[in-house]
Design a protein around this ligand. Sequence first.
Ligand SMILES: [Zn+2]
Length: 293
Amino acid sequence: METYPATYSPTGYGIHDGEAVIRTPQTTKTLQGDGIEAICSLLTAMDGTTAASDLLAAVPDSDPEQLELLYEAGLAYDANAIPTELAAEGWERYLEPALPALSHTTQQSLPAQLATRSVVVVGDRPPVVEVCERLRAAGVSVDEAAVDSSEWPHADDPDVILLSEQLERTDAWTTANELWAVSSATLLKTRLTETGWRVGPVVTTDAGACLNCVYTRVDANKAGGQLFAETITGTPPYMDAYTDTVTELLFRTMVGALPRYLDEQIVEYDHYAGQRQTSRVFASPHCEVCDNV
Ligand SMILES: [Zn+2]
């Protein structure tokens, strides 16, 4: 075992009633069985640079199975999964939540895989400037597409299209939808709002509804999710949280570990009220865009 483990962002761990209780920002897990003391010692010893074989040698009563248990539980990951520049910037935490969905082998080759991924950004660029920086640090090629479709293709078949919305039904919206229709990309729609942000739905290649459907249906069902023409400029207090959220979603999209709550749903987050609302969106019958795909 010549791999390099690191802790999976545990915020706390300890032994209670004979179980190891390990907390991460995403979840709390309990591990049972023999050797839980050694497992906690392993978590303490992981520093992201010490080889797993050396860790095992340094922690009394530890064995390779305990390390495997941590990998399988998503409580540790292979530090080789983090692209060098991303780690150098201290941005690895945006990729970490996607790692438990990947096998250990996939983790080890992740930087090489990310270097082959491409994202096209359409729409309002200033709110996602920092998101793009983080993606580039991970080796992802980021193409900020012009709204004018005559300037395509920037990326011949992008993996992800990020639509940074401002007003609905603008050229950017049409551009993103048309690009989605002719590519095999997943489309992710995000918007900074006056009180927080709005993300989703995630439109995959085989999604039942495209962006055109989304707007048609949401318009038709105003009680469920009325869209309105708000705009926001500058840097609101929740800008960093928005950037973090969008970055993490893009990484999750690229490794195929998207959260299911964005399927056919728009999630609106209100930073000041600390509340989340979801609106369902449905395929539009006889949609002029996706019926022909
Ligand atoms: Zn459609």
